[in-house]
Design a protein around this ligand. Structure first.
Ligand SMILES: [Zn+2]
Length: 312
């Protein structure tokens, strides 16, 4: 059972969308001491109110894990405020630039305290239901990690996952229709490469701020491509960050064993697949036109180089 004398240990995956966070969340979730929760921030934002699907194939309120967590969390006396009210607080506190978070000791004190109490009570419900001490939260938003750290009540370990922005841009170009059971809860329109370049830079720079905030020993920057090429080294570094031994999981990945998702909410449609294997994907070279590549390079080339991605 979780040790309630210690603050909850949260392993937070920060970074931009389509960077492999769902896959990493599922891999870390194979460890018996951790509960892999998916994008926890989305539970109140849309997963619970819209009855979206968990990776187990049931809707969140019907799922054996999230049904119990949601009803425990929402039934607590302190949580009398409605879900939409908490959702509004999240929007205020988890934004990249948030006056409520930055000025939390002044006139925003009560709002921030309400956010902190409800958020911590959700993690408490997750730990109680799963019986596990360590929660993987792959919400990605750097602002949420800053907010969790600002509560002063969690033991936060940050994995800043970076993927080549051109791969992200190629993925964002593709539109998707709604297919709730396949994990696509809303229609995704095609996003132009220049837009992705700007946002990819902003979010990654904000995630870099976490290093100073949580301290270098609690922050790990890892490139998705390096992780896929050498999962043993990636998992060893994550093991050092989290105090867990992922060697057996690394062996399984290197052998090519499949990964089975458990109860992830939100995240990419990958989580709805019954089993997955690591695969390298650098098909952006064929999917981005020369013009789109030029747009990305103009706006985000400097950061690509800083992360060590070659011109291409
Ligand atoms: Zn489930």
């Amino acid at each position: 059972m979780p040790d309630r004398t210690r603050p909850p240990r949260i392993v937070y995956i920060a970074g931009y969308g389509r960077s492999g966070s769902t896959l990493l969340d599922m891999i870390l979730g194979q460890h018996p001491a951790v509960v892999s929760a998916g994008e926890v921030t989305t539970l109140s934002r849309h997963v619970w109110p819209r009855r979206e699907y968990c990776s187990c194939g049931k809707t969140a309120p019907e799922c054996e894990r999230w049904g119990e967590i949601g009803s425990t969390w929402l039934a607590r006396p302190d949580d009398a405020a409605s879900l939409p009210a908490y959702h509004r607080l999240q929007a205020d506190v988890e934004a990249i630039v948030s006056p409520v978070r930055l000025l939390r000791r002044t006139l925003f004190r009560r709002a921030f305290d309400r956010y902190a109490a409800r958020t911590l009570s959700l993690f408490d419900a997750i730990r109680s239901q799963s019986g596990k001490d360590i929660v993987i939260d792959s919400s990605k938003l750097p602002g949420r990690a800053l907010a969790l750290h600002a509560t002063g009540a969690v033991d936060l370990r940050v994995i800043h996952l970076v993927r080549d922005g051109r791969g992200v841009a190629a993925s964002m170009l593709r539109p998707y229709e709604v297919d709730a059971k396949a994990g696509l809860q809303k229609k995704l329109v095609s996003k132009p490469a220049f837009r992705t370049a700007i946002r990819w830079c902003l979010v990654n720079l904000a995630a870099e701020m976490l290093r100073r905030r949580v301290g270098p020993q609690h922050y790990l920057q890892i490139r998705y491509e390096d992780f896929i090429a050498d999962p043993r080294a990636g998992l060893a570094a994550i093991g050092e960050l989290t105090g867990l031994d992922f060697a057996a999981i690394a062996d399984a990945l290197v052998r090519g064993d499949a990964i089975h998702p458990v109860h992830q909410i939100a995240g990419s449609r990958l989580r709805m697949t019954k089993s997955i294997r690591l695969e390298r994907s650098d098909d952006w070279r064929t999917r981005l036109s020369p013009r789109q590549r030029a747009h990305f390079d103009l706006l985000g080339g400097w950061l690509l180089r800083r992360y060590g991605y070659p011109k291409g």
